[in-house]
Design a protein around this ligand. Structure first.
Ligand SMILES: Cc1cc2nc3c(=O)[nH]c(=O)nc-3n(C[C@H](O)[C@H](O)[C@H](O)COP(=O)(O)OP(=O)(O)OC[C@H]3O[C@@H](n4cnc5c(N)ncnc54)[C@H](O)[C@@H]3O)c2cc1C
Length: 402
């Protein structure tokens, strides 16, 4: 019982901030998400309000102008935002990963240059590993950076960059030693600066181009793009952690960041599932068949029971992974479990809610239609379910070696 309390309770600060975010979601996000989703347009006014609420600086230390809150509180906020619309959490997520990388590995100069403006949302960050031929197998990336004179020259094509167009910074993984064995030892993370909203960068950011955004089934509003590095010049002080510490360490840095990224995706799964459950609870008490509300049919009640159980279990796994990370414990196994379970639960609970809505679930008049298109993304981003199972399997064996 004591453990359950510890895992579910919020501190006063966490309660205050999640209530504030929930109110913002109910008033500003849920009523407007349909419009932006339909138009596939960036929710600028919502993002501006998020800046005012300080939501771009939740985990950035106070000395850099952020709130200095932990991953657990961040995960609670992400759940609330995703309950409104997962695209909104997508606007914040890569930014959060970028600020995590800077906090953990950045030089003092890099922190001072970027974190204060990131905390206010004045500049926003993207995070780029994937390429057209490589997603799961990150060690297979082909993009390269070569030192020429005092600068590094970046070439290659990146794929699926969330916030690829409107961001100001991209934390990008490049191969700096193509002969390295194993390959991950020859990879480096560069902080590449660019003009937000510009397809073809010129001047000092020349050589970084953003093709038109990728058309997607869901997760609209937040853009996903390719990025083409074509002779982009990067000074050595824009290697994450500096040239000496950073060259050859990019893979390790990015994998560390993915661990917190996975907690974030798990929290998104909880949020979207929570919303789908709420919609199903309401609809099933309103809709009548065979003379009674469908919620009175046992088959529907059982569905609701399974949905609610999955939401609660997903939330507990997510909180456990976040709290372990905050406590400085290893959480790769737990983050993998949380991501796997919560993303699958998100998809399943959304589908059950869709079924409960009958034919109306197929109509764009009903919110569940959007959730149905949005939920599958969570099975893919930050590592597919198969990749999570590989991580979990490997770690569970490591921890139980005979
Ligand atoms: C909307 C969206 C936004 C994204 N945003 C970003 C972003 O901001 N930054 C970024 O870097 N990436 C981003 N991604 C990319 C995402 O991380 C990859 O799509 C994901 O890692 C899967 O890679 P892939 O698409 O290349 O699939 P593949 O790696 O080609 O996998 C294809 C299938 O094979 C399975 N598979 C692969 N290897 C194995 C194996 N060893 N055993 C069993 N099954 C296996 C996979 O699970 C999957 O089912 C985004 C993707 C999407 C769709």
């Amino acid at each position: 019982m004591a453990v359950a309390t510890q895992l579910t309770d919020k501190t006063d600060e966490q309660r205050a901030i999640t209530e504030m975010v929930r109110q913002f979601v109910d008033e500003q996000i849920i009523p407007n998400a349909e419009h932006y989703d339909h138009e596939d347009s960036f929710p600028g006014p919502i993002v501006e309000q998020m800046k005012e609420l300080g939501l771009f600086g939740v985990t950035i230390p106070e000395e850099y102008g952020g709130m200095g809150l932990d991953l657990t509180t961040y995960a609670m906020i992400v759940e609330e935002l995703s309950r409104g619309w997962i695209s909104i959490s997508g606007v914040v997520n890569t930014h959060f990963i970028g600020s995590y990388l800077l906090r953990k590995f950045g030089t003092d100069e890099q922190k001072e240059t970027f974190l204060p403006r990131m905390a206010t949302g004045e500049i926003r960050a993207a995070f780029s590993l994937s390429e057209p031929e490589v997603g799961s197998d990150v060690q297979g990336i082909k993009s390269t950076a070569k030192k020429e004179g005092d600068e590094w020259v970046l070439n290659g094509q990146k794929m699926w960059v969330t916030n690829g167009l409107l961001s100001d910074l991209v934390f990008v993984l490049m191969k700096t030693d193509p002969k390295a064995d194993p390959p991950y030892k020859g990879m480096t993370c560069f902080i590449t600066e660019k003009e937000p909203g510009v397809g073809e960068n010129t001047g000092k950011y020349q050589g970084l181009n953003v093709p038109p955004k990728i058309k997607k089934m869901g997760y609209k509003g937040v853009e996903s793009t390719e990025l083409v590095y074509d002779g982009y010049r990067c000074p050595p002080d824009r290697i994450l952690g500096g040239e000496e510490a950073g060259v050859g360490n990019g893979f390790r840095q990015m994998m560390d960041a993915l661990e917190v990224g996975r907690v974030n995706v798990a929290a998104r799964g909880v949020g979207i599932a929570q919303r789908a459950l709420e919609l199903a609870l309401r609809y099933s008490q309103e809709r009548k068949t065979f003379g009674k509300p469908i919620a009175q049919h046992q088959a529907i009640q059982f569905k609701l029971a399974d949905m609610a159980t999955k939401v609660e279990a997903a939330r507990l796994l997510t909180m456990k992974a976040a709290r372990l990370k905050d406590a400085g414990e290893r959480s790769d196994l737990e983050a993998g479990m949380a991501k796997l379970f919560a993303s699958e639960a998100g998809k399943e609970v959304v589908e059950d809610s869709f079924r409960i809505h009958g034919g109306y679930g197929y109509s764009k008049e009903y919110e569940i239609e959007r959730l149905y298109r949005d939920a599958p993304l969570l099975l893919i981003g930050e590592g597919t379910s198969e990749i999570q199972r590989m991580v979990i399997g490997k770690k569970i064996l490591e921890r139980n070696k005979i």
